[in-house]
Design a binder for this molecule. Structure first.
Ligand SMILES: Cc1cc2nc3c(=O)[nH]c(=O)nc-3n(C[C@H](O)[C@H](O)[C@H](O)COP(=O)(O)OP(=O)(O)OC[C@H]3O[C@@H](n4cnc5c(N)ncnc54)[C@H](O)[C@@H]3O)c2cc1C
Length: 508
C-alpha cells in the first residue's frame, strides 16, 4: 500500500521509518532541498550555524523517549553534551551573598540544591520542595505508556493504566506552579528575580524547565554533538535504508480528494501524484486550510489559534556570528540585561540579550574560532513575513540594522567581537516561514502557556476525510522533538490498525 508523506522534518522522517518498518511503500515530498525542517543548520564559510537545537529529551536511557529514539537511531553512537549549567542569568537589581549577579541553573540536582540553599538558607522549604518535585519526576516509571496510543487500547488494557493516575495528578499539580508564583514565595530578592527571568520575563509553567533539568541530571536531555544536520542525517539514512524515498524541491500545493477520500497530491509544478493514503507531517494550518481548503473542519479546529484558546509558539529572530577568537571561561548560555532596551523593527522590546556560545561543539567551527548566536523570541512574525513579501529592500535593511545593534551590544558585553567577525547570518521569522512553512513562523507549534489544555487539540485525522492522517509538532502543545517522534509513532500505529497491518516497530 502506498503512502505519500508531506514534509521531511523529524516527524515526516520518523513516520516514514515506522511505516516502512510496517510494510508500507512511502515517498516523502519535501519543498526544501534538504531534510530536517526546523531542526536544521547551515554552513557559511568555515562555520556551521544552528537553528537553535539545544537539547534532546531522551538522549539517555533514564528518559522514556530514549526507547523511541533507539528504535530509529543508534543512540549509543551519538555523543551528547550535558552542560554543567543549563543557563546563566545575570540579574539587574540584586546579587547573591558573594556579590555575584549571575544566577546558575545547575543541571546536577545535588549541586543545584546546595547552590540555592547556600544563597538563601531561609528559602530552604521552597528549595527543598522544588528539588523534591524534580526527584519525583525522575522516579516515575512510564516506559510502557510512551509506546501506546490511548485511543487504540482496549478497555481492559486502559484499566491497567490506572496505576499511572498518581503521575497525571502530580503533573497536573506541577503544571499550576509558574516561575512567577514560585518566585513570589522566595525570600531572597536575588533568587526571586532570577526565577522571574527564567523565561525572559514571561510567566510560564515552571515544569517547562524543571522537567528537562530532572533529566539533565540523569544525562537524558543532552545536546547531540554535530548539531541538527548530523542528527537529522542519521534519521534520513535510517529512512532510506528501510527503502523510503525522498523527493526534494517538491512543494505540495494541494491534497487531492475524491469522494471525501484523500487520493494523492498535487505538486506546485502541476504534477499529480496518486496515493492510497496521504500523511501530512507539514505545518498543521497549511494542511487544514490550504492543502485541504478548510473543507474538513469542526468547531474545535475553527477555534484553534484564537488567542483565548491556544497561542501559537514564538517565532525567532536569530543573529549568528562566526568569530575568529575563542571564548574560554564564558558561559555557554548567558542572559544578561541591557543598559537600554533593544527595540526590534517588529515592535518587540528586549531588555535582555540571550547569548549562546557554541564552543562545546567542535564540529561547528575551526579550532580557536567560535559560533555565537543571539535569539529573540517574537509573537509578531507577521511583520517580518509581510515586509519580506512587500518590500525586500526594506526587509534587508531592517534586519541588518537590528543585527548591527545586537553586535554592538555583544561588543559592549564581551569586548573583542566586531573586529573578529568573519561571518554573519540573520534568520528572521520570515526565514523560518519561508523554509518550513510553519504558521506564523512558529518554532514549536503551540505554546504550552497557562492555557495549556490536557487533550491534544490537533487530531491524527480530520472530520469527514478518509485515508488522510496528520503528525508533527502541532500534535501536542509545547511541540519540540519528543512530540514529533511520538506523534509519528502513534499515527503509524493508527494507520496499521486502520489497514490491518502489523506495526513494524513492535516486531523488532
Ligand atoms: C530555534 C529553534 C530551536 C529549537 N530547539 C529545540 C530543542 O532544543 N529541542 C527540541 O526538542 N526542539 C527544539 N525546537 C523545536 C523543533 O525543532 C521542532 O518542534 C521540530 O523540528 C518540528 O518538527 P516537525 O517535523 O513537526 O515540523 P517541521 O520541522 O516544520 O517539518 C515540516 C517539514 O515539512 C516541509 N513542508 C512544509 N510544507 C510543505 C509543502 N507544502 N510541501 C512539501 N513540504 C512541506 C517543511 O519544509 C519541513 O521540512 C527548536 C526549534 C527552533 C526553531
Amino acid at each position: 500500500m502506498d503512502i505519500r508523506i508531506i514534509g521531511a522534518g523529524v516527524s515526516g522522517l520518523s513516520a516514514g521509518c515506522y511505516l516502512q518498518m510496517s510494510g508500507f511503500k512511502t515517498v516523502i515530498f519535501e519543498r526544501h532541498a534538504s531534510p530536517g525542517g526546523l531542526c536544521t543548520s547551515w554552513k557559511k564559510g568555515s562555520y556551521t550555524f544552528e537553528s537553535g537545537f539545544q537539547w534532546l529529551l531522551g538522549s539517555g536511557p533514564a528518559n522514556p523517549f530514549y526507547n523511541l529514539w533507539t528504535e530509529l537511531l543508534d543512540m549509543k553512537s551519538i555523543p551528547f553534551v550535558t552542560h554543567e549549567s543549563r543557563m546563566d542569568i545575570e540579574v539587574s537589581d540584586n546579587a547573591d551573598p558573594t556579590g555575584d549577579k549571575v544566577f546558575h541553573l545547575y543541571t546536577n540536582l545535588n549541586k543545584l540544591s546546595d547552590y540555592l540553599r547556600g544563597i538563601s538558607p531561609e528559602d530552604k522549604p521552597q528549595i527543598d520542595k522544588l528539588l523534591r518535585s524534580m526527584r519525583q519526576i525522575q522516579r516515575f516509571e512510564i516506559p510502557p505508556m510512551i509506546k501506546k496510543v490511548p485511543k487504540l487500547l482496549p478497555l481492559k488494557e486502559k484499566i491497567k493504566y490506572i496505576r499511572y493516575l498518581p503521575l497525571l495528578w502530580f503533573l497536573n499539580k506541577l503544571k499550576k506552579e509558574t516561575n512567577f508564583s514560585f518566585a513570589s514565595k522566595l525570600k531572597s530578592p536575588f533568587l526571586r528575580e532570577a526565577f522571574e527571568l527564567l523565561f525572559d520575563g514571561e510567566e510560564l509553567p515552571l515544569m517547562i524547565v524543571t522537567m528537562p533539568l530532572a533529566y539533565n541530571d540523569l544525562n537524558a536531555a543532552g545536546y547531540p554533538v554535530g548539531g541538527a544536520t548530523r542528527f537529522v542525517n542519521r534519521l534520513k539514512e535510517k529512512y532510506l535504508s528501510l527503502g523510503g524515498q525522498i523527493r526534494y524541491n517538491s512543494p505540495v500545493n494541494k491534497i487531492r480528494v475524491q469522494n471525501n477520500r484523500a487520493s494523492g497530491l498535487l505538486l506546485e509544478d502541476g504534477e499529480e501524484i496518486t496515493s492510497d493514503i496521504v500523511l501530512s507531517a507539514a505545518d498543521w494550518h497549511y494542511t487544514v486550510f490550504d492543502a485541504l481548503d478548510g473543507k474538513y473542519v469542526n468547531k474545535t479546529i475553527l477555534g484553534l489559534g484564537k488567542e483565548e484558546k491556544l497561542k501559537v509558539y514564538y517565532s525567532l529572530f536569530i543573529v549568528s556570528l562566526g568569530i575568529n577568537r575563542s571564548f574560554e571561561d564564558e558561559s555557554h548560555f548567558l542572559r544578561f540585561p541591557l543598559d537600554k532596551d533593544l527595540v526590534s523593527p517588529d515592535g518587540t522590546s528586549y531588555p535582555r540579550l540571550e547569548a549562546h556560545i557554541y564552543d562545546y561543539d567542535p564540529t561547528l567551527a575551526p579550532s580557536d574560532k567560535t559560533v555565537v548566536s543571539v535569539s529573540f523570541y517574537t509573537l509578531n512574525a507577521a511583520f517580518w513575513i509581510k515586509l519580506r513579501k512587500t518590500d525586500k529592500a526594506g526587509y534587508d535593511f531592517a534586519k541588518t540594522r537590528f543585527a548591527e545593534e545586537v553586535i554592538e551590544a555583544l561588543e559592549k558585553k564581551y569586548g573583542r567581537i566586531k573586529e573578529f567577525i568573519e561571518e554573519v547570518d540573520i534568520a528572521t521569522p520570515a526565514t523560518f516561514f519561508r523554509y518550513t512553512n510553519n504558521w506564523k513562523g512558529s518554532a514549536q507549534g503551540w505554546l504550552p502557556g497557562k492555557n495549556l489544555i490536557e487533550q491534544s487539540p490537533v487530531e491524527f485525522t480530520l472530520p469527514g476525510l478518509k485515508n488522510f492522517y496528520y503528525s508533527g509538532h502541532w500534535s501536542i502543545p509545547g511541540g519540540g522533538l519528543p512530540v514529533t517522534i511520538k506523534s509519528a509513532r502513534d499515527v503509524s500505529q493508527i494507520i496499521c490498525k486502520d489497514t490491518g497491518q502489523k506495526f513494524g516497530a513492535d516486531q523488532h
